[in-house]
Design a protein around this ligand. Sequence first.
Ligand code: 5GP
Length: 140
Amino acid sequence: MTYNEQNIFARILRGELPAIKVYEDDRTLAFMDIMPQAEGHTLVIPKTAAVTLLDLPAEDAAYTIQIVQKVARAIEKALDKKGIILMQLSGEEAGQTVPHVHFHLIPESLHQLRQHAGQMGDQEHIKRLAEKIKAAIASE
Ligand code: 5GP
């Protein structure tokens, strides 16, 4: 699928738009979802320009999943949560709204989720959660 360099996550990766980051290395970035479906909703993205999981080279997918695990562990620890949803929407037909491949981590029950990309969260509160998650990653 053709990659649009102007998508929001590409702009976040280039530093053109702000994001509340919890982890970054040379291949991936993890940051808080601006419209969380539950407290602690975090996104993990590879830096590779790929729209869907199916466009992502297998080795980038494998590496990103390691970071998904790292961030998921930190979320559970930092927010004292048990259980986490890993969601990945590939393609508009599946409901994908931002065309850069990403993994959602949501520490909540499937039955308690708020609407997808529904409502802006309290960004100050989200920043405080991010600080806790960052600290948990640093202590791993
Ligand atoms: P998708 O529908 O593509 O699977 O998920 C896109 C996610 O990105 C949604 O959960 C939505 O709330 C989130 N999102 C949309 N725009 C922004 C933004 O500008 N910054 C951040 N941090 N998240 C965003």
